[in-house]
Structure formats: C-alpha cells, structure tokens
Design a binder for this molecule. Structure first.
Ligand SMILES: [Zn+2]
Length: 406
C-alpha cells in the first residue's frame, strides 16, 4: 500500500515532467519569483558564516557551535519547528583514525588512461587521468596559523546533535520532501566546499520557502546532517529515530504531524568545483570550466531506482527551465552521501558539482578534504555553480509542492 501510495506521488511528478515546455517561464510564474529570491551574495555570505567554525569536524566544540549557529539562522528565517536530533557516535575500531569515507579511495597517482577498466565507487568507471585522494590529517599542511589553531581540538566519541526545520504544507502537512546537506567536514581547512556549499544551499532554500507570503501544499523538511564524513551516521540516526513516526498525527485531531510521511529525499554535497580532469602533469585548471554542470545522481541498485531516476530527470527539467547559468546532467551512480541511507525507503537523489564516482572519486577536485578547502580558494564562477544547484532544487521542489505566493 505504502509503495503504491509513494509511486503515485512520484508519477504525479513525472506527469508534470511531460507537461514541461522548454520555453521560458511566464512573467507571472510564482516559481520564477521564488528563484529570483536566491542571490549570489547571500549564498556566499552563508558559506562564509559556516567557515567561521573551521572544518566543523564531528565530535568537537567547533562542530557543536556550527550546529548552534545554523539553528539560530533557521530561526531567524522564520522556518517553523526548528528541532534537534540527539544521538551517540562511537568511532568504529580499526576504522583508520577518522579517515572517513573519503579516505577509502586511492586511485594510482597519476594514472594516464590505458584501456583497462578501472572501477570507482557507486558502480562508476574511471576514465582518463586520476589523482590520489584522501583526508588530510596533518595540521602543518594548513599554513594559516589561526585556522590551524581553530581546527586543533580532536574528535571525541559521545553525544552528537544535528538540526532541521520544516515548511508545513497547507493541504498535505502529513507528507514531506526532505532537502538535505551535511554540515560536518574535516581536513584542516574551512570545509567551504565540502560541505559549506551544500549546507548553505539548504539554508538558503529554508530562507526562501519560509518567507511569509509563500504557500506549499506538501511539507518540506530542511535537514543539516552531522557525521556524514564518518559514514552518514547522522542521517542513519535520523532514520532510526524517526522512520516509525511517519504520518502520525500528534496529538490526534490536531492536523500536526511531527514526522510527515517521507516522499523523496534530495541531498546536496560539494556544489562549487567543476574544473575538469587534471592535466597530464598533475596540475589542475585554476578556472571553473565553461561547460561546468550540476550532477544529479540516483543509484541504479536502489529499491526505488526507477522512481529516483524519474525524480532526477524532473530536477534536470527544472534546471533547464529556471537555472540561470549552468545546465544539469543525470547519472545512475549516486554514492557516499546522506541520500544513500534513504534510497531503499524512498526515492533519493543527490546534487553535486561532479559525479561522486568517476569524477570526485578519481581525484578531480584537489580541494577535497584538504587544507585548501577554504572560502578564498573559490571564485564567483565556482560560487555560481552552487547557486545554480540551489535554483535547480528550489524550482524542482516548488513545483512538486505546488508552491505559490499569497
Ligand atoms: Zn561531503
């Protein structure tokens, strides 16, 4: 029954996909108005705010302070029901000292394309030049002494928190889309791109959807996961604590649903850097490539793969209609981010700067988990790619929830 129910919601999305015309939106289109409320300087300012907490490594005071700061921002936007999830995190023994999931992939360095099949994470295949990846654990590789000091406190096992808020739907408050990004990072930088860029995107959408003149039929939850870098533990804690509460009215007759039924999950992780394949000499293009795109991924092995694929193409169409600068592309190898734990419960997709498998996994982003993942590394062309991903998700979710202005 549940499966049929959710399929219908997604089929409704697919039906409106067919109805989409490539033509520009009408002048009085409320979704275009909502998209216009996103702004490059505001997006940059939110990323900048997050970088004040250094690399925001889980299990540290700087991480906890970042959770508090995010919570205060969400409240200032008027986002309803700002709440925290509390859970325990204990480092797995033999896990390699907090290297996290990013530390697991070590392609040869460098490897020139040779014709052999080299597989990457998520079912992907590496092509062309790959570079070594991993998590920087050496403080002395951070030349900024103030930032080095800020990042010095090590992670300790114990209680963790993460925050979310909700746009309550006017006619279907019992159903919701989850829009997520992870707020923790590591590597002795400022986690500006991974994942200040995705966190700021989710916060900016919370800001726009929470404006007093915006109405949606269904609910939207904005979630800032913690502990992604240790293996999506924050998203898993959320599922463990709240999956069973879905759709329950509490108190009965109140029309209040503390955990609306999940319809789909849209994750955002590393939104800004698409500079292309490294060069044969191991250097990188310092500029965003003009052909940069937003990569929307679903996972072809997921229980809800077909529905997630439709959802991914629906977001691609939303990008085509509403995003100002950069296009979007769809791929089937979503992996290593918080949408993973959801993908067998509901249709789940992720938006990124690159495909996580064949691009990021192959070492195409030299800032990934490194001391140079700081605000000043990125140009407006980089920030603008993140803004275009925000335009994509905002317009996609706005259509799915029938967003309009009072
Ligand atoms: Zn990330």
């Amino acid at each position: 029954m549940k499966r049929i129910f959710m399929s219908l919601a997604i089929l409704a999305a697919a039906a409106s996909l067919e109805a989409q015309q490539p033509a520009a939106p009408a002048a009085d289109d409320p979704i275009r108005t909502l998209v216009s409320r996103l702004d490059l300087e505001k997006y940059k300012a939110t990323i900048k705010g997050l970088t004040a907490f250094g690399d925001r490594r889980q299990g540290t005071t700087r991480n906890q302070k970042a959770v508090e700061w995010i919570e205060a921002q969400l409240k200032s936007y008027g986002c309803a029901n700002v709440e925290r999830i509390t859970y325990e995190y204990k480092t797995r023994q033999g896990g390699g000292g907090g290297g996290g999931q990013g530390g697991g992939q070590k392609p040869p360095d460098p490897t020139i394309a040779s014709g052999e099949v080299r597989s990457g994470p998520g079912g992907s295949r590496y092509r062309g030049i790959t570079r070594r990846t991993g998590v920087n654990n050496d403080p002395m590789r951070q030349p900024d002494e103030k930032l080095r000091a800020l990042n010095t406190e090590p992670a300790t096992d114990g209680q963790r928190q993460e925050v979310y808020c909700t746009k309550v739907g006017s006619t279907r408050p019992d159903e919701m889309y989850i829009v997520g990004g992870h707020m923790d990072g590591h590597g002795w930088g400022e986690a500006a791109n991974d994942n200040g860029s995705g966190t700021a995107l989710v916060m900016e959408l919370a800001r726009v959807f929470s404006m007093p003149d915006v109405v949606t039929d269904r609910s939207i939850r904005f979630a800032l996961w913690n502990n992604e870098e240790t293996g999506t533990n924050g998203a898993r804690a959320y599922i463990e604590q709240r999956a069973g509460l879905q759709g329950k009215e509490d108190p009965p007759g109140s029309r209040r649903y503390p955990e609306p039924r999940w319809i789909a999950m849209i994750q955002h992780d590393m939104m800004m850097w698409d500079h292309g394949m490294p060069r044969a000499d191991g250097t990188y293009s310092p500029e965003q490539r003009p052909e940069a795109d937003v990569n929307i991924e679903f996972q072809s092995t997921a229980r809800w793969a077909d529905e997630a694929m439709k959802l991914a193409f629906f977001f691609r169409a939303a990008n085509e209609k509403y995003a100002t600068d950069y296009p979007a592309a769809v791929g089937p190898h979503m992996t290593n981010t918080d949408s993973g734990p959801f993908m067998d419960f509901i249709p789940a997709i992720s938006l990124r700067e690159n495909e996580r498998g064949m691009h990021t996994g192959a070492g195409w982003n030299p800032t990934w988990h490194q001391p140079i993942d700081v605000f000043k590394t990125f140009s407006d062309k980089d920030f603008r790619l993140g803004l275009n991903a925000a335009q994509t998700t905002l317009s996609g979710v706005a259509q799915l929830t029938n967003a309009r202005l009072k």
